[in-house]
Each structure stands twice: as structure tokens, then as C-alpha cells.
Design a binder for this molecule. Structure first.
Ligand code: SAH
Length: 209
């Protein structure tokens, strides 16, 4: 059995500018390889996105950490929505820091696989749904934070509506030519946008598959 030292990955992310120690601790205790195909386990500690099948990827750890950090800047965050479960890694990181994680995936094979790994790792505070995340999860709204892990050129209105007061929506906005990570905060009924940094995500699509 190979040894995976995720403290090493956390240290590397601190060097790259991640400041939130809680986020770094979550990175240090989450077995990233378990969210990847076994053939790629040797790259589990690499700070890069990797293929997980179905033309999708597990996100780059730096980007996972940066998005989580931005989400948590809202202060007291208990209930979070993630769009684009994918491998489940981002949801697992969130589950270490908030009370409830709701996550939606539109590809059923990825949804099933992620659900299984959440159960195996006993991440009982994650609820995973198969569906179109562009519609959000109205039954559970409002959320203290929403994180979208696929890119779109215009933010879906249901996600803006399901954002609670003073909560942050973290979303890559753009297309294949270029995307920017944006943080949208709902303040006194208005949505205030900040630009964080350039990123590269797979596209947010419509419907299910
Ligand atoms: N958060 C993931 C990254 C996944 S990549 C991780 O930590 O590994 C983006 C994912 O978003 C893909 O699995 C893709 O199928 C999914 N996706 C794209 N459009 C979607 C939509 N409308 N609703 C839900 N999931 C979507």
C-alpha cells in the first residue's frame, strides 16, 4: 500500500498563497486518491486537475482550496450547495468545514460513484442529488454559500435567488477561451461581484445524462 502524505500537499498550497488554516487542514486529512481512478493514484499529490472519466476532471487542489476559502469569507457558514459533484473531492473538503453539504451532478455514473465514496469515508453530512444543478436545490434554500465547479458565461438566476443574505456564490464565469473566478455576495437584496483570478473549468451544461 502506497503512502499518501496530504500534509505535504497542504504545505505546498500554503506556499502558493492559501491562508485559511481550516482549509489547509481539510486538504491534509482528505485522501484525494480515493476520488480518482486507481491508475492515476501516483499523481494524487500533484497540484493539477486529472481525468475521472466521462470527459470530466477532479479539480486542481489549489483551485479547490481557493474557492473554499472564498466561500468561507462570508463568516458563519453552515449550509452549502455545490453544483458539479464530479469526483466528490470538493464536497468532501467542504464537509470537513460546514454542517451540511448539498451537491448536484448531472451525469448519473459520476453521481453514483461519488455517493459510494461518501459512504465509504463516512461523510454523512453530504447529501448528493442527481439532476441539473442550474436549477439549484430550492427545497433547501437559502444557502450560506454556493460553489459552482463548472464554467458558464452567465450565472443561472436560480442560484442567485437561492443565495442567502451575506452569503457568497463562487463561480467560474466565461467560456473555453477564458474564465474568471467570481465571488458574488448578496448584500441588502443586491448582488455584488468580485473577480478573483483566471481559472479553467469544464463547461456547466443543461439537463441530465
Ligand atoms: N467538484 C468536482 C469537479 C467536477 S468537474 C470535483 O471536486 O471533482 C465539473 C462537474 O460538473 C462534472 O462532473 C460535470 O458533469 C458537472 N456538471 C456540469 N454541468 C452540470 C449541471 N448543470 N448540473 C450538475 N452538474 C453539472
Amino acid at each position: 500500500m502506497r503512502d499518501f502524505d496530504y500534509q505535504q500537499l497542504a504545505n505546498a498550497l500554503r506556499q502558493k498563497g492559501i491562508k485559511n488554516e481550516q482549509v489547509l487542514e481539510a486538504i491534509a486529512v482528505t485522501p484525494r486518491h480515493r476520488f480518482m481512478p486507481e491508475s492515476l493514484w501516483e499523481y494524487a499529490l500533484a497540484d493539477s486537475a486529472l481525468p475521472i472519466g466521462e470527459d470530466q476532471t477532479i479539480s486542481q487542489p489549489y483551485v479547490v482550496a481557493r474557492m473554499t476559502e472564498a466561500l468561507l469569507e462570508a463568516g458563519s457558514v453552515s449550509k452549502v450547495l455545490e453544483i458539479g459533484t464530479g469526483s466528490g473531492y470538493q464536497a468532501a473538503i467542504l464537509s470537513k468545514m460546514v454542517d451540511h453539504v448539498y451537491t448536484i451532478e448531472r451525469i448519473s455514473s459520476l453521481h453514483e460513484k461519488a455517493k459510494q465514496i461518501f459512504a465509504t469515508l463516512q461523510l454523512h453530512n453530504i447529501e448528493a442529488r442527481y439532476g441539473d444543478g442550474q436549477l439549484g436545490w430550492p427545497e433547501q434554500a437559502p444557502f450560506d454559500g454556493i460553489i459552482v465547479t463548472a464554467a458558464i458565461d452567465a450565472v443561472p438566476p436560480p442560484l442567485l435567488e437561492q443565495l442567502g443574505e451575506n452569503a457568497n456564490l463562487v463561480i467560474p464565469v466565461g467560456d473555453v477561451r477564458g474564465q474568471t473566478l467570481q465571488v458574488i455576495t448578496r448584500q441588502a437584496g443586491e448582488w455584488v461581484t468580485r473577480h478573483i483570478e483566471p481559472v479553467r473549468f469544464v463547461p456547466l451544461k443543461k439537463g441530465t445524462r
